[in-house]
Design a protein around this ligand. Structure first.
Ligand code: NAD
Length: 495
């Protein structure tokens, strides 16, 4: 049994709370590990280490912090397979997908390698006679990251790369469902030259989170997870005077117009709905199909589903792994059951799919004739269930997307550039794809949804991440005229 502990002040620290959580191998359904669940005192120890490490890390030169990021970049690159293996072991996603997660996380470290440029301020010479004004950005102090189960390596990298490069020290509270990779990342950070105490990991659940939210020495909290918890984190953290960015859940729509390339759209829908077993906050959950092409599109999606082989993520032929727990698998399957009761048509029933008998597997489902008000439309399912809603055309489709409380990502499929451009203008969603089903921004833009998908005003990573992890200072300066100096500096008098 794998025992998963904390990482505090540069070393593994065994838990003392007496509480542990069960970690599964979702491909077998068996317990693979036990993770320590921190008490408030253990959070305090990590925060104390981070606080003590801050003055020196903050004073490290920009070139030193950039150098550490470059080393980290090399180490993560050299250990892609090892990191991905942790993900497949505890999350279950197939290895190719896990490698994709590492690649998307690594981008953020590469972005942070440019920290000397990213922290440049502005300078206004002669704002008034003899007066110059300039701005600098400084780190906040100890910052915390609280992360979800579905991207146990990438989402922490979204946060700690920029936070550390900016000169903050960091306390990570990973998901207790797949916590092992966080300790491997801590080791890589140490090898890269991150001093003890600059990066800490506290394993835990609500007890640890609540202590983070009230801890007086934590300046800011980054959160990614479900909407109810994101709202709670934002409200509690800000009430305690912290800077908070809290990204929540999603219900992503893909609008397919009558002129779309239907093969392209069907390929995109299958990859985006069932990849990672639908456990992605940018997964396509609803296809909004123009009436004229809906029958064809549904047929094309359905005919592709048998090719989505389901099984252990370590077996390279498989395209979809298990869900995170048996309980979650049953909840997702319940939406298929519910859709039948609510009058939708189950075109492909994942409950009858060909999956291994052990483990938390559920094959892809496709449900047609879905409408707002049905639970499979209204709820974030977070599993391999794709709903199809039929609309007359563009106007009805956009109206439906804009009426949805979630607004993380969306996409339009069309050959018409004017329609795509109008969609980009009209749609009230934070990330938009034009013939791109999962428009996760590259690391030099920022990631964030609108409405119930993000609480706070700062998106994650990229330029907004740098802003989040720093505060601005503006200096206004005036120097005495050197010609009036008591010491003769060689300036001419009466210039
Ligand atoms: P979750 O909200 O259950 O958990 C996220 C974190 O919050 C974990 O670290 C967990 O330990 C902690 N937590 C859980 N319950 C808590 C409570 N009652 N009080 C305090 N802390 C608590 O989310 P999850 O199931 O791990 O992840 C899936 C969710 O995350 C989905 O809703 C998905 O859409 C969302 N997500 C969003 C994004 C995004 O960028 N918007 C990205 C990834 C995942």
């Amino acid at each position: 049994m794998n025992e998963i502990h904390h990482w505090i002040d540069g070393r593994v620290v065994e838990g003392t709370s007496g509480r542990t959580g069960v970690v599964f191998n979702p491909a077998t359904g068996e317990q693979s590990g036990a993770v320590d669940l921190a008490s408030a005192a253990e959070v305090d120890a990590a925060v104390a280490a981070a606080k003590a490490a801050f003055p020196e890390w903050r004073a490290a030169t920009l070139s030193r912090r950039a150098e550490v990021m470059f080393h980290l970049r090399e180490l993560v690159d050299a250990n892609r397979k090892e990191i991905a293996t942790y993900l497949t072991n505890e999350h279950g996603k197939v290895l190719s997908d896990a490698l994709g997660e590492v690649a998307r996380g690594l981008e953020n470290i590469e972005f942070a390698c440019g920290i000397p440029h990213l922290l440049k301020g502005g300078y206004s010479e002669q704002a008034a006679g003899g007066v110059d004004v300039y701005s600098i950005r400084q780190p906040l102090g100890v910052v915390a990251g609280i992360t979800p189960f579905n991207f146990p390596a990438m989402v922490p990298m979204w946060m700690f790369a920029n936070a550390l490069a900016c000169g903050n020290t960091f306390v990570l509270k990973p998901s207790e469902k797949d916590p092992s990779v966080s300790l491997f990342l801590a080791e890589l950070l140490e090898k890269a030259g991150v001093p003890a105490g600059v990066f800490n990991v506290v394993q835990g659940d609500k007890v640890a989170v609540d202590r983070i939210l009230e801890h007086p020495d934590i300046a800011a909290v980054s959160f990614v997870g479900s909407t109810p918890i994101a709202r709670y984190i934002y409200e509690t953290g800000t009430a305690n005077g912290k800077r908070v960015q809290a990204l929540g859940g999603a219900k992503n729509h893909m609008l397919v117009l009558a002129d779309a390339d239907l093969d392209m759209a069907a390929d995109a829908a299958v990859g985006a709905a069932y990849g990672s077993a639908g456990e992605r906050c940018m997964a396509v959950s609803v296809v909004v199909a123009a009436e004229a092409i809906a029958d064809d599109l549904v047929a094309k999606v359905a005919e592709r589903i048998p090719a989505v082989t389901v099984g252990n993520g370590h077996e390279l032929d498989n395209q979809m792994g298990p869900l995170i727990t048996g309980e979650h698998r049953d909840k997702v399957a319940g939406y298929v059951e519910g859709a039948v009761a609510e009058g939708a048509t189950v075109v492909v029933d994942g409950r009858a799919g060909d999956v291994p008998s052990e483990g938390f597997f559920l094959a892809p489902s496709l449900i047609d004739g879905v409408r707002p008000g049905m639970s499979c439309y209204d709820d974030e399912i977070f599993g391999p269930v794709l709903s199809v809603v039929r609309v007359k055309g563009y106007e009805d489709g956009v109206e439906m997307i804009n009426a949805n409380p979630y607004a993380n990502g969306t996409a339009i499929f069309t050959r018409d550039g004017g329609a795509a451009r109008q969609f980009q203008f009209d749609v009230e969603v934070g990330m938009v794809g034009l013939n791109v089903p999962i428009p996760v921004p590259v690391s030099y833009y920022s990631f964030g949804g609108w409405k119930a998908s993000l609480f706070g005003d700062t998106h994650m990573y990229g330029p907004e991440g740098i802003n989040f992890y720093t505060r601005g200072k503006v200096v206004t300066s005036r120097w005495p005229d050197p010609a009036t100096s008591a010491v003769d500096l060689g300036f001419p008098q009466n210039r």
